[in-house]
Design a protein around this ligand. Structure first.
Ligand code: SAM
Length: 743
């Protein structure tokens, strides 16, 4: 069946020639001035130069991959995250059309029958054959399509066409900017302080280590002759890229009988498939299309054409020039799910209102008195936290020891083994805090909706048992009481260190200047001289803005104070500990990578022999095999089989194609070495276009503070945002439970 979508006719208004480069036609806001092809970049600020270089690389990728595009790079939303914007008004035409031959793809029958891969055309047949052999061997492991895509991506980054290499090294996020949970460091996870996420991250990390040592590593993997991943970080980069950017299409029951609709980026195994008829599943990494960000109210969809020859980004409604192009990453994901799957949260997520947790049905039945007791505990805990902040401000640091008289009120929930014995701090007392009013007013609509949904279902005696209320209450309980209780107070030490790092510019994605918010006038900030001094100097350089988007001054001040003044519970993230094979929070809404039984089985099936060398650990999670669960990098029978199967292939010889070949490997390697560990990718091999001048020109240290994927991208920022989101949810719950209390 022929693809019938209209292809855009693209004319370069700047050059006056036919040109498919979106950036040549319509200046959009981020383009920072001239839309001439060769505008001088010397006078632009480093960030502007970086963005301009990215636009030029995008043009080159679009040309080199034969992509049609009416989209350009833009930095949009409250978070200034990099994404796509329309370069002209479009009603219904395809905004981006990528030939399938310019993508990396894996197709597999739903029943696990036929499996085929789509590699770049320049891949030599023997290499493709070898990867197919591996694909066949790992087909029964969870998320094997992602692993195969990662193999293809690593190959394309090293040996692919110029367009592929530039896409990988200049446009894809480097390792340090990937927000996937897989890439969170233990320190970042402790900032997040949600045990479920820490466990999930640990599982994903285990999966990556297994994938690296068994398959990808250039020293121990079955594909080692390809020299794909010298470091664990290389493998993790590739796995995180495909996990957060590949789209999974489920075709109609009969192959080719209908176009596939993208189910969002990343792995979707187990989550959502049941809603669709069985049919071949095609996982695709489509350059340029993969730059579309998520929105709960998207204006685009991603589709695979019926003849499976192109991936298209289609508008769902007319879009204006400069408008951000967004897609829904799928299936009504709550903040917790978004965080789990992609490592970010979206603000004002409507799906947070109705929390569906995979293990909600395992929770003990809940009743009103228990909930109220827990809510009271949370309120008291927050009040104590606030008092501690005040004490820190007054005393110039340190924790408040007094403040609550023991025994004044002994009732209250037992959270995390601690019973909080605090003065009677109920909802009324919290409501008296004027500074809460602004913030909480914003939630009243959601609150009212929740209350009106719940109130009619109240059963006599105060327990709630209808499925809808049970789900919501279970969700609130699970999400707020179990997780947020631990995330409310942070440790003074961790917050002080974190803010110090941010303010000193040691954390990428937090370039100093307008991005960082801390109000030097807050007592807590004054109590920490170094932080306060840095904040004051930042304020002198330019206006401070909230790190918490879309919130008022009071919230800003509070968020700053929360960062420096909190004391109390220690971070509880169990980073580094082996995740339990089963357990209350181990499931997740989808079949997860890494922690799924298949992977564990794979690991346990290992012979126990150590692979060559110790796999380095860029995140510092420690050796996953330390618990004795067999997760170390011993070669599994499958890996041995693959190595044997590949022994006859002439993989040792680097593939040659055009101007690339053996030289590419050394050039790329040298470029990667020159760029150092801060880059997630290897360098551009052929020197046709130099690496962004911004990094070099901005001076030492400046490069690391420039964030390719947006000024506010990054794991730490996502973690902070997630905490804010959870605190907001907590407030909803508190009010909700307060309403119950008054009934
Ligand atoms: C498919 S990529 C989108 C393009 C990406 N922003 C970039 O610049 O390369 C998905 C990643 O973008 C980020 N992202 C997408 N939508 C977002 C949103 N609404 N808020 C924050 N980050 C978002 C997350 O890091 C996510 O893992």
């Amino acid at each position: 069946m022929q693809h019938s979508l209209p292809l855009p006719r693209l004319v370069n208004s700047a050059c006056g020639t036919k040109c498919r480069r979106a950036s040549h036609r319509t200046p959009v806001s981020f383009r920072l001035g001239s839309n001439q092809c060769t505008a001088a970049t010397a006078s632009l600020a480093p960030l502007a130069r970086l963005q301009r270089e990215q636009a030029r690389y995008l043009d080159r990728v679009i040309d080199g991959m034969d992509i049609d595009s009416l989209a350009a790079l833009g930095f949009h939303g409250a978070d200034d995250i990099r994404g796509l914007v329309a370069s002209e008004a479009v009603r219904s035409a395809s905004l981006v059309t990528v030939p399938l031959s310019s993508t990396l793809a894996v197709s597999m029958d739903e029943d696990g029958g036929q499996l085929s891969i789509l590699a770049p055309p320049e891949m030599p047949p023997n290499v493709k054959k070898a990867i197919e052999v591996v694909a066949g061997l790992i087909r029964d492991t969870p998320d094997h399509q992602l692993l195969i895509l990662a193999v293809l991506l690593l190959w394309a980054r090293k040996y692919g066409s110029t367009a592929w290499r530039e896409y990988c090294t200049e446009l894809l996020p480097p390792f340090r900017e990937l927000s996937c949970l897989l890439c969170y460091t233990p320190g970042e996870l402790s900032t997040l302080q949600l045990p479920h996420l820490a466990e999930e991250a640990s599982r994903q990390h285990d999966w990556a280590r297994w994938a690296h040592s068994q398959w990808l590593s250039s020293s121990s993997g079955a594909l080692r002759r390809l020299g794909l991943a010298e470091r664990l970080e290389d493998s993790m980069w590739a796995l995180a890229v495909v996990r957060s950017r590949a789209v999974e299409f489920q075709m109609g029951a009969t192959a080719g009988s209908g176009s596939g609709s993208g189910s969002g980026f990343g792995s979707n195994s187990g989550f959502g498939r049941a809603r669709r008829p069985p049919g071949p599943i095609v996982s695709v990494l489509a350059p340029v299309v993969d730059l579309a960000n998520h929105s709960n109210d998207p204006n685009c969809v991603i589709q695979l054409t019926t003849d499976r020859s192109r991936v298209v980004l289609l508008p769902q409604r007319p879009v204006a020039a400069g408008e951000p192009l967004t897609v829904d990453y799928g299936f009504d994901r709550s903040s917790l799910e978004l965080m789990t799957d992609y490592g970010f949260v979206a603000s004002a997520n409507p799906y947070d209102g109705e929390v569906t947790l995979p293990d909600a049905d395992k929770l003990a039945p809940l009743d009103l008195s228990r909930l109220r007791s827990a809510a009271r505990s949370l309120l008291r805990r927050r009040q104590r936290w606030r008092r501690q902040q005040q004490a820190v401000g007054a005393a110039g640091g340190g924790e408040e020891e007094g403040g609550e008289a023991e025994g004044e009120e002994a009732e209250g929930g037992d959270l995390g083994g601690e019973t909080w014995l605090l003065a009677g701090a109920g909802a009324e007392e919290v409501a008296q805090d004027g500074d809460e009013d602004d913030e909480e007013a914003g939630f009243s609509g959601r609150l009212r909706a929740a209350v009106s949904l719940l109130a009619p279902s109240a059963a006599p005696g105060g327990s709630y048992s209808t499925p809808a209320t049970q789900r919501i209450i279970a969700g609130l309980w699970h999400k707020l009481v179990r997780h947020c209780a631990d995330s409310l107070p942070t440790s003074l030490e961790s917050d002080r260190a974190m803010l110090g790092d941010i303010l000193a510019g040691r954390i990428s994605g937090f370039a100093m200047g307008p991005e960082i918010s801390i109000d030097p006038a807050t007592p807590a900030a004054a109590a920490l001289p170094t932080v306060a001094a840095a904040a004051a100097s930042a304020a002198a350089q330019g206006g401070l803005r909230a790190a918490v988007p879309g919130r008022g001054d009071a919230a800003r001040a509070r968020s700053a104070a929360a960062g420096v003044g909190a004391a109390g519970a220690q971070p509880t993230a169990a980073a580094g500990s082996a995740a339990p094979a089963t357990g209350e929070v181990s499931g997740g809404p989808r079949g997860r990578v890494g922690g799924a039984d298949g992977v564990r089985d794979q690991k346990q099936a290992g012979s126990g022999g150590e692979a060559e060398g110790v796999v380095e650990d860029p995140l510092g999670f420690g050796q996953p095999g330390s618990s004795g669960d067999g997760t170390s990098s011993g070669a599994s029978p499958e890996a041995a089989e693959a190595t044997e199967a590949l022994a006859g292939s002439s993989l040792a010889a680097p593939p040659t194609h055009g101007s690339q070949g053996a030289a590419v490997a050394s050039v790329v390697g040298a470029a990667a070495a020159a760029r150092g560990a801060s880059s997630g990718g290897a360098g551009s091999g052929d020197g046709a276009m130099q690496a962004p001048a911004a990094n070099a020109a901005a001076g030492p240290g400046a490069a690391s503070s420039l964030c390719r994927t947006g000024r506010r991208a990054g794991r730490l920022y996502a973690a902070l945002r997630a905490r804010v989101e959870h605190k907001q949810l907590l407030q909803v719950a508190e009010e909700l439970l307060g309403e119950y209390g008054r009934k």
